[in-house]
Write a protein that binds this ligand. Structure first.
Ligand code: AMP
Length: 540
């Protein structure tokens, strides 16, 4: 027997129409180079409708990929809605990628158009000729003075909108499983992999951010997503805000601690979210601002150190709310909201719990699996295993099925590459990572690629790169180098060799010369042995 409920698609047009109809009076604030721009959801919605028509006028295919190369702004939010509500696919390009990765991704996704903030043009334009499928580059004015290229493919965003009539009527997306947005994620090796979010996954994920044991977004909240909108949809906060009717504050290009704290105070922000590096940077200045309206400080993307969370608790009265997830999990998978069983704990034990990654949110299932035996580990806080995740907003494969066969199990779970223990309540504690990556300030550095570059040195026999803790960036690379017999080399010479070969922020913070790289039984680099050997090594 079938249920007799209406089969309405879970799709983003609902989120748009709800915001337009119910919350038109609410504000969206964007910080720009010239100050602050404030608009209402009503005016924003008209621009979304104009943009929808503009995409048609420009001949973007009915499911064409719409690239964005933008900061967190109200205009970016227009794209967040106009692309998926017209059946197209929002493709947020990470502004921190290397040129080769950027052009690879734009070509792989077959972006037909790229919207770019004027201040970011100098990062994008030099590579435009390698973006093979892009027919238009649309420049969004943001007060920067970057030169606008004289090229017929370059259009002005505001002019484009002014020349386009607002789309009339209701947006409609028939199939909730159709793609709404995509985001590429770096792998250990090889090319970045495309994660494709559906309308259904996005709507369900947005709803989660409204639940009390997650961020609990409500109409009364003033929310500032600091986490970039090119990183897993800013953790879903922008869509969650539109669904809840929250006021939204976008930080724009200025990500300095001072600028962020000023915005939090001036707009009486209640909920905000960013990677630990942001909160570490802001900590010394907290006393200069009235942040009494803040109720939730989301922190994720890397482990939130206990000391950092406790420093916030001491200074603001609220700790960091630690969350774990990944691009493939949309990204919210767990939240460390305090639970009733924590009430019995001592203050110090509670502080330890806050530093854990927390419990899975509703609809997300997790299991811990021994990567060698495939055996499921008990939740006793001692046994550790790789986290496998399943749920309606967890990826089942990468775009075009490329690059991640090994990451999806036969029974349909995602292998996350994170290793954890869980207590009997399923409250996770991440202890290690099987993927060979270093996460610095929220962005990935591939240890394997770095090793390959180091091993290109004629005097170097072998090199292994591991992450070492860093106060500001959370992790930084340490290069462990084995020289060829009879050769000599200094750490400075290794760095000098690498400098023209990798991005500056990839350069290792330290180089250690070792006799050999420890190996596992099957002859692979044993990074775990190296990490144990250099435990306690910090860089500042
Ligand atoms: P990304 O796909 O770039 O968002 O990165 C996801 C990865 O970041 C996860 O698989 C973890 O390795 C790491 N990560 C995310 N959140 C946390 C957290 N709260 N604690 C520790 N590591 C985290």
């Amino acid at each position: 027997m079938l249920g007799l409920m209406q089969d309405r698609p879970l799709a983003l047009p609902h989120v748009f129409h709800r915001a337009e109809q119910l919350f038109g009076h609410k504000q969206i604030v964007t910080a720009t180079a010239d100050g602050v721009q404030t608009t209402t959801i009503a005016d924003w919605a008209v621009r979304v409708r104009r943009l929808a028509t503009a995409l048609d006028r420009l001949g973007i295919s009915s499911d064409g990929r719409v690239g964005t190369f933008c900061w967190n702004t109200a205009a970016h939010l227009e794209l967040y809605m106009a692309a998926p509500c017209t059946g197209r696919v929002l493709h947020t390009l990470n502004i921190r990628l290397f040129p080769e990765q950027l052009t690879y991704i734009a070509n792989h996704a077959e972006d037909e158009i790229v919207f770019v903030d004027r201040s970011l043009l100098p990062l994008l334009w030099p590579h435009q000729d390698k973006m093979e499928t892009v027919k238009h580059f649309v420049v969004i004015e943001d007060g920067a003075d970057a030169e606008i290229p004289d090229d017929p493919r370059v259009l002005d965003y505001d002019r484009l909108l002014a020349e386009s009539e607002p789309f009339a009527g209701r947006f409609h997306v028939e199939d909730e499983n159709s793609a709404a947005a995509m985001c590429y994620t770096s792998g250990t090796t090889g090319n970045p992999k495309g994660v494709v979010y559906s309308h259904r996954s996005t709507v369900l994920h947005s709803l989660i951010s409204l639940t009390a044991d997650a961020a609990g977004l409500s109409e009364r909240d003033v929310v500032m997503p600091i986490v970039p909108m090119f990183h897993a949809n800013a953790w879903g906060l922008p869509y969650g805000c539109l669904l809840a009717g929250s006021t939204i504050v976008f930080p724009g290009p200025n990500m300095t601690p001072k600028a962020i704290l000023e915005l939090l105070a001036a707009h009486k922000v209640t909920v905000t979210g960013g990677v630990p590096t942001i909160w570490m940077g802001a900590l010394p200045l907290l006393g200069d601002y009235d942040l009494s309206h803040l109720r939730t400080l989301l922190c994720g993307g890397s482990a939130a150190p206990k000391s950092l969370s406790e420093a916030y608790r001491e200074k603001l009265g609220i700790p960091l709310l630690h969350a774990w997830g990944m691009t493939e999990t949309s990204p919210i998978a767990t939240m460390s909201t305090p639970r009733s069983h924590h009430d019995e704990l001592t203050e110090d034990q509670r502080a330890n719990s806050r530093a854990r990654q927390g419990q899975s949110v509703p609809l997300v299932e997790l299991r811990l699996v021994d990567p060698d035996t495939g055996e499921e580990m008990p939740w006793d806080d001692e046994h550790t295993g790789e986290i496998h995740a399943a749920g309606p907003w967890i990826a089942k494969e990468y775009y075009r099925g490329e690059g991640g066969g090994a990451q999806y199990t036969e029974d349909g779970w995602l292998r996350t590459g994170d290793v954890a223990a869980a207590d009997r309540y399923g409250y996770l504690r991440l202890v290690d990572r099987t993927k060979d990556l270093v996460k610095s300030g929220g962005e990935w550095i591939s240890s394997v690629e770095l090793e390959n570059e180091i091993m290109a040195h004629p005097k170097i026999a072998e090199a292994a790169v591991i992450a070492i803790p860093h106060e500001r960036w959370v992790e930084r690379p340490l290069a462990c180098v084995v020289l060829k017999p009879g050769e000599t080399l200094t750490a400075e010479e290794v760095i000098e060799f690498l400098t023209p070969r990798v991005a500056k922020w990839w350069l290792p913070d330290a180089v250690e010369f070792i006799d050999e790289v420890p190996k596992t039984s099957v002859g692979k680099f044993s990074k775990k042995t190296l990490r144990d050997k250099f435990a306690g090594y910090t860089s500042s």
